[in-house]
Design a protein around this ligand. Structure first.
Ligand SMILES: [Zn+2]
Length: 552
């Protein structure tokens, strides 16, 4: 028996090593809505193949069948393909979608028909929340590119996309209620946002919108001067623009307008409210000026808070914003680094903690703070620890990534694992200063999708490379083609100026890879467009080598 490898790797699969044939137009039957919707996704997952819905089971080669009585978890599915028809079972749309993504990779072109392996599959995700952060606040990803990314994200069986929509540079949405300009003047219209949400939802992905408070607030504070602290007459400190004023009602009025609009645009359950990097003593202009602001001091006196205690003032603001978010029927999610978790924080425990780091020196509470303390305090957590998940940082090696799961690092007592809902990669980006994600993001999506779905360790060998190549470029990819041999690493070029762009094993003769990609790019599909992007990266590498033969 040969193990059939697709991305993400299947949990349980038994095949005979043989194949049966399917016609070039594959007939599908489904008697339920989740199956109907999942079958509709074949045109995105495997655009080279033709599918036709039929009205009778006996005419179909693939039957999608929702079975609520099945003893399987959410998003799980089974595929029984020992003979025709192939029977696909699931109990929710997530399961049906995941099955469709699997079938799209199992199909092989065999002359005037398709080949499908004779196999029995049982598969389910290891992590409940499999998410990826995209950064439209700094990099307004054009709509067609956003759709390509969402298709790849769905193919890798992610179920959440975290959209970082606001930052100190601006807001990615053209709001009707708040004047909040975009970075480089670029913004999505609300209709475009609705289209992103609709397209993602069709693909089985929920969007989590993020608007930041109180830090990273420069643009908003400039637009709404009353959200800025006012200097106490006894102080000569210049009020910061980075952090919003904790004592000004204008702060909460503007935030409520933004979150209310956001809640209307995003039907999902979660709203992310930022809260990272609010006390950066290594940058004096980014330190809160709450202690010397007359409005903040007045609020602190009223609430019995020490105005010099940044943490307590931050908790007050967080509780105010929590009321706004829960009032909208949503669950609040936030970055963890300003919670002093060494002590029990006065914060509601149904806040979902997005763990990215224990604060760096001079950038927030550190002493006694650990990942495990959040779990011990009863919070649920998603793991986006920057060391293992920030894909723009050139730090991750293949070896490191091939072992990562949201449940193994940072260190913690495994008894808390059920509180770790998942995690995933973060693709922070400003296209002017980096601009590398056209090449690097697809491989990150694919590799993290695998780690989140299937926690079993697996070395990134050449069989894995061939499966990755098929995942990226589609079913016309030659069976023995491993594009990652050419690049020497699985995570693709990461930095446009060339620093640590390539593994030291990269092939010097890139012509064969270029030739296969040239054939594949004629397919009008995500895989074809990706082939074009990778051909450009090969051309770039060859130019660099022509300038400097030792370039790597
Ligand atoms: Zn203030």
């Amino acid at each position: 028996m040969v193990i059939i490898m697709i991305i993400p790797r299947i949990h349980n699969e038994k095949n005979t090593g043989s194949f049966f044939t399917l016609p070039l137009v594959i007939k599908t039957f489904c008697a339920d809505d989740p199956g109907e919707r999942a079958v509709g996704l074949f045109r995105y997952f495997v655009p080279q193949a033709s599918f036709m819905k039929v009205n009778s089971r006996k005419d179909a080669q693939i039957i999608f069948e929702c079975r609520y009585d099945l003893d399987i978890t959410d998003e799980a599915y089974t595929i029984s393909a020992s003979s025709l028809p192939i029977i696909v079972r699931y109990r929710d749309f997530g399961g049906a979608r995941n099955a469709a993504a699997t079938i799209a990779q199992l199909l092989k072109r065999g002359g005037a028909s398709y080949l499908f392996p004779n196999t029995e599959i049982e598969d389910a995700p290891d992590a409940k929340m499999r998410m990826i952060l995209l950064d439209p606040a700094r990099n307004l990803i054009p709509m067609p590119r956003m759709k390509d990314l969402l298709i790849m994200i769905a193919m890798a069986k992610f179920n959440f996309v975290h959209l970082h929509l606001s930052d100190s540079e601006g807001y990615a949405i053209k709001s009707d209620v708040v004047h909040f300009p975009g970075h480089y003047g670029l913004q999505y219209t609300k209709d475009e946002v609705r289209e992103i949400v609709r397209f993602a939802s069709m693909l089985g992905i929920e969007c989590i919108p993020e608007v930041e408070f109180p830090g990273h607030g420069t643009t908003l504070v400039e637009e709404y001067p009353d959200t800025r602290c006012v200097p106490d007459i006894t102080s000569d400190v210049t009020p910061t623009k980075w952090n919003m004023c904790a004592g000004s009602e204008e702060t909460y009025r503007v935030l409520e307008l933004l979150y209310t609009e956001l809640a209307e645009l995003f039907p999902g359950k979660l709203i992310h409210v930022g809260t990272d990097e609010i006390d950066m003593k290594d940058h004096p202009e980014l330190v809160p000026t709450w202690h010397c602001c007359s409005r903040c001091r007045e609020m602190c006196e009223r609430e019995g808070i020490d105005p010099d205690n940044v943490t307590e003032v931050f908790y007050y603001m967080t509780r105010r914003v929590y009321k706004i978010i829960t009032g909208l029927g949503k669950r609040m999610m936030l970055w963890n680094d300003n919670i002093d978790i060494a002590k029990t924080p006065e914060l509601p425990r149904d806040i979902l903690i997005d763990f990215w780091r224990i604060a760096a020196p001079n950038r927030g509470p550190r002493e006694g703070c650990t990942y495990e303390r959040f779990l011990e305090e009863g919070f649920e957590v998603v793991n986006c620890h920057f060391v293992e998940t920030y894909v723009e940082r050139n730090r991750l090696t293949d070896e490191q990534l091939s072992k990562w799961t949201p449940h193994n690092v940072p260190e913690h007592d495994p008894k808390y694992n059920r509180q770790i809902l998942g995690g995933g990669p973060c693709a922070w980006d400003d296209p002017i200063t980096s601009g590398h994600f056209e090449w690097s993001l697809p491989s990150s999506i694919m590799l993290f999708g695998d780690r989140l779905w299937n926690a079993a360790e697996y070395g990134y060998d050449s069989e894995y490379g061939r499966a990755c190549s098929r995942w990226m470029f589609g079913i016309k990819t030659p069976a023995d083609f491993n594009m990652f041999e050419a690049f020497g690493i699985f995570q693709q070029p990461r930095n446009i100026d060339g620093r640590r762009m390539w593994g030291n094993k990269a092939a010097t003769d890139l012509a064969p890879t270029d030739a296969v990609l040239a054939q594949l790019e004629n397919d009008y599909s995500v895989g074809g467009r990706l082939a074009t992007a990778y051909r450009r990266s090969i051309k770039w590498l060859n130019e660099k080598r022509a300038e400097n033969p030792d370039f790597n």
